[in-house]
Design a protein around this ligand. Structure first.
Ligand code: BMA
Length: 914
């Protein structure tokens, strides 16, 4: 039964996603991928005096091969496997297989080996003849093997160098040759990782990060195949869409110029043929004659598409994601060969606006926001990290669930963060379908990088591969050359100060002269900013490394603050745009139970908890924030208190992010003429997903489970959101934030409670209005009014909180603590019970009726085992005696199974003081 479901999911998924399929005729391809079980590929390596030889999978990676062959006896991610398996990343591994080409293939005048992805530094041999080398995980390599291939059985061998040894010896060599090191020298010890990832063009976080383990893997991580051909073949297609008017519309008043820019690989001799661009399903398209040779490899073909048949592509929350498949094909006159590539096109415009706020007051700085189809967009979303540290473990279903979840929390943008990897085709296809804009970093993060001629040439190839692979996606909004390296250099994070000019020259050579200039050459349709964050134009004016990269009046920022009162919005600064901000928590306890056999022995400061916490001082910061907001157990470092500490960490994470996010959204229409702050137009929090079962800033666990924070951000990103906050004089204002294009008018209810009673102390209703990208104050409780009901600043009897709500079910409630529930004695026993359960006929939708006798803060409901489902609400303050929750599951389960798994917590359940 389970097997059948899995198959169904895959098949319905594959009909949905189109990943630029290539259809060729006359060109002979020989697929060299093979699953491990077939025993076609072998991986060999030597660790000390021990030789290993194991069956390998391609695409795949060495950690999975060693685990499947029981060389690694502790499962990946289980207990201390990350530390125990460090030898794997320090070993050279060779992958080999045999193959037998057909006579037809051998007869072709050109025979190439196409390696979509080799991870990372490798020499490639066919029949013991070196045919090429790889220095970059992110480059597609195409090697001529005509001179090496033979009739009968051939051998293919890919000899990888240990990425750790390669990076570390490169670090020493750079210092010796150029007289300075490419800092940092070492990671902080809490990362428990490998040093100097900056010296190798590989997913930087595989050497470890502050949210993930070190697994510096090796392998053939993408497809590998041989191709035999006589003539030219289409390798890549870039798409440019220009509209005749702004804003574009869906009538024939708009005409789109749709240009396919086609990159061929051709024979040394010149050949002629026909290039055609056609909408899939149409009888005819536009054809142009082309003459191809190795020096004339790029050709355009353009179609004029009337607006009436080019419905606009909109981001999530703004309209439909209309996509049209176009086939781009080449038919050779000289050879009996054709090649076709299909891409999905979305008709939209997207530009980054950085105009001065006011021409006559330049000190007020510049805007920073996107306009889509000429409409200003408030960016809501997050930063993605790799979905697993081992790419072979990432399935389309995981990607689908993750992006669907991002969509459901109202994201319209994801920043693919620069310390990870350029994501899979499936990821960008789904982003196109779901209307999630992509801010694409180049993969350079939190370090200085070399700018030697070899390194820059290597990066040029990476830019070439990735821009040509990703450029056609309508979801791609912008490129950014790196993560945080402008700030790192200016603020001397890694001890670069004494040689600032040297590092700055390298910075400019790499990010400006190499990345920006090549991206702009290949893809002039998009902005490429020099860093993220950056002050944008202002950084450029100041020579690319701004004097104050965190200037609130310019560009984007990454504000983090783990020590101030994170439930008080006043501690947060007022950037134009935040492309990162966040707080940490651990996953749900049952998720942790899956990766260790002795969870019951854990404590907050145990070795195991520390091993899953890579952020320096992370445990202490969470502990302190817990102590100042919630009933803190005196015995917090006992195994008895551990479950409560995990639960409360999720509350801290959720509340802090809620406070910070609402602060930014309220600033959408507010501007301070004294210091030029305000007009915030973006909240991309850190971080979307988890890479393993550890402490992190993630919204969704690696198994797909929604953390409490996911429900909080879903509310905080609601297109219409009432946001209560305290004024300095003790008044409580309620702003009505909107990024819903249509104006809103409705009735709201404003209540004040304390923890002692389900009956509100104040209960009022009022009509309210708001409109697109405004955040007017729609209500205010005065300080006097609050004091009169015992909820003033001096209140110590029972914490009070404000609840604001709407009649419309799609608009979430919101709340504000007027005092924090730090004392367990204030929390009464709610005796929460599930009184009734129901299941839908397809066994995918369930309801639970909860009953409560008292106010129950932070009710958190989980299913112990099931992770690919979500509740309609969670983490809420229960102020009703009865509430019905709905759970929607991706897969069916029996009602009994559902009931058996339900786990309900509220603040009353936290461990009593010792
Ligand atoms: C920023 C990111 C990441 C990091 C996160 C949390 O620095 O760019 O490097 O994981 O903050 O510390």
């Amino acid at each position: 039964m389970i097997r059948l479901i899995a198959i169904l999911v895959v098949s319905c998924y594959t009909t949905h996603v189109v990943t630029s399929p290539v259809v060729n005729t006359g060109i002979i391809a020989l697929n060299l991928n093979a699953e491990r079980d077939l025993g076609v590929w072998t991986a060999t390596g030597r660790n000390g005096t021990t030789d290993y030889s194991v069956a390998a999978g391609v695409p795949g990676g060495i950690y999975s091969d060693l685990e499947a062959n029981q060389v690694l006896t502790t499962p990946i991610y289980h207990d201390y496997n990350d530390l125990e398996s460090k030898w794997v990343g320090r070993t050279n591994w060779t992958f080999s297989r045999q193959f037998t080409p057909s006579n037809e293939l051998l007869a072709k005048s050109r025979i190439v080996l196409v390696c979509e992805g080799l991870d990372t530094v490798a020499d490639v041999y066919v029949n013991n003849i070196l045919v090429g080398s790889s220095q970059n995980q992110f480059v597609r390599y195409i090697f001529n093997i005509k001179f090496a291939i033979q009739l009968g059985v051939n051998s293919l061998r890919v000899e990888f160098r240990s990425p750790v040894e390669y990076a570390q010896s490169g670090y020493i060599r750079h210092d010796q040759i150029y007289g300075y090191p490419v800092l940092p020298d070492a990671l902080v010890p809490e990362f428990r990782g490998e040093n100097q990832a900056q010296m190798i063009r590989k997913t930087q976080s595989t050497f470890s990060w502050d949210w993930g383990p070190s697994y510096p893997t090796t392998g053939i991580w993408k497809s590998i195949f041989i191709e035999g051909l006589n003539g030219a073949v289409i390798r890549d297609v870039l798409i440019f869409t220009n509209s005749s008017q702004t804003p574009p519309d869906e009538t024939d008043a708009t005409v789109w110029n749709l240009t396919a820019r086609v990159y061929f690989e051709s024979a040394p001799v010149s050949e002629s043929g026909t290039l055609t661009l056609k909408r899939s399903g149409d009888a005819e398209g536009v054809s142009v004659p082309v003459t191809l040779s190795s020096s004339s490899n790029v050709h355009d073909v353009t179609a004029m598409v009337p607006g009436s048949i080019a419905k606009l592509w909109w981001p999530n929350g703004y309209g439909d994601q209309n996509l049209y498949t176009y086939d781009i094909s080449y038919s050779s006159d000289s050879f009996n060969e054709t090649s076709t590539k299909s891409v999905r096109v979305g008709f939209r415009t997207v530009v980054l606006i950085q105009d001065l706020i006011n021409e006559t007051t330049p000190d007020w700085g510049r805007h920073f926001y996107f306009k889509v189809n000429d409409l200003p967009l408030y960016s809501k979303g997050s930063n993605s990290i790799p979905i697993h540290v081992l790419p072979e473990r990432i399935t389309p279903e995981m990607t689908q669930w993750l992006l669907q979840s991002a969509k459901e929390v109202h994201s319209n943008m994801i920043r693919v963060w620069g310390g990870g990897m350029y994501e899979s085709d499936v990821f960008y296809d789904l982003a196109d379908e779901m209307g999630i804009f992509i801010w694409e970093d180049f993969m350079f993060a939190c370090a200085m990088y070399p700018a030697t001629p070899d390194f820059l040439a290597n990066v040029m190839e990476e830019v070439d591969t990735q821009v040509k692979r990703l450029q056609h996606h309508p979801s791609l909004a912008m490129w950014a050359a790196n993560n945080e390296n402008e700030g790192a250099l200016r603020q001397n994070w890694y001890g670069t100060e004494s040689r600032f000019e040297t590092y700055k020259a390298d910075f400019i050579k790499l990010y400006v002269d190499t990345i920006i200039s090549n991206v702009t050459f290949l893809d002039p349709s998009r902005e490429c900013i020099s860093s993220s964050p950056t002050n944008g134009y202002q950084s450029e004016l100041e020579g690319w490394v701004a004097q104050n990269p965190g200037d609130q009046r310019y560009g984007d920022m990454h504000p983090y603050d783990y020590t101030s009162d994170s439930w008080d919005y006043r501690v947060f600064r007022k950037p134009r745009y935040t492309s990162e901000y966040g707080y940490q928590s651990f996953p749900y306890i049952e998720t942790l139970r899956k990766v260790t056999d002795n969870l019951a022995e854990w404590t907050w400061e145990s070795d195991f908890a520390e091993n899953r916490q890579h952020h320096p001082r992370g445990q202490e910061e969470i502990r302190n924030l817990t102590r100042s907001h919630l009933p803190f157990p005196l015995n917090y470092n006992s195994s008895e208190a551990f479950p409560s500490m995990l639960y409360m960490a999720q509350i801290i994470h959720s509340m802090s992010q809620k406070t910070q996010t609402e602060r930014y959204r309220r600033l959408v229409d507010k501007f301070n003429e004294t210091d030029g702050t305000g007009f915030n137009m973006g909240a991309l929090y850190w971080q979307l997903n988890d890479i393993w079962e550890g402490c992190s800033w993630a919204t969704f666990e690696i198994n797909g489970r929604w953390k409490m924070f996911a429900y909080y951000i879903q509310r905080a990103f609601s297109p219409i959101l009432a946001s209560p906050y305290k004024q300095d004089n003790g008044d409580v204002s309620v702003d009505l934030i909107s990024d819903r294009v249509a104006p809103f008018a409705g009735e709201m209810r404003f209540r004040v409670f304390n923890l002692a009673s389900l009956t509100p102390l104040i209960d009022l209703r009022a009509g309210v209005e708001t409109s697109y990208l405004t955040s007017p104050e729609v209500y205010r409780f005065t300080a006097d009014e609050l004091t009169a009901v015992g909820c003033g600043e001096a209140n110590a009897a029972s914490p009070c909180f404000v609840v604001v709500s709407f009649a419309e079910p799609e608009i979430p409630d919101n709340f504000l603590w007027l005092q924090y529930p730090t004392n367990k004695e204030w929390v009464k026993n709610p005796s929460i019970r599930a009184t009734q359960y129901t299941a839908s006929p397809d066994l995918k939708t369930f309801t639970i009726t909860l009953s409560s006798q008292e106010v129950a803060p932070f009710v958190f409901v989980n299913l112990k085992e099931h992770t690919n489902g979500k509740f309609n609400d969670n983490g809420f303050i229960m102020i009703e005696s009865s509430k019905v929750l709905t759970y929607k599951s991706r897969d069916p389960m029996s009602l009994q199974d559902f009931m058996d798994q339900v786990d309900i917590l509220s603040l009353y359940d936290v461990t009593p003081f010792a």
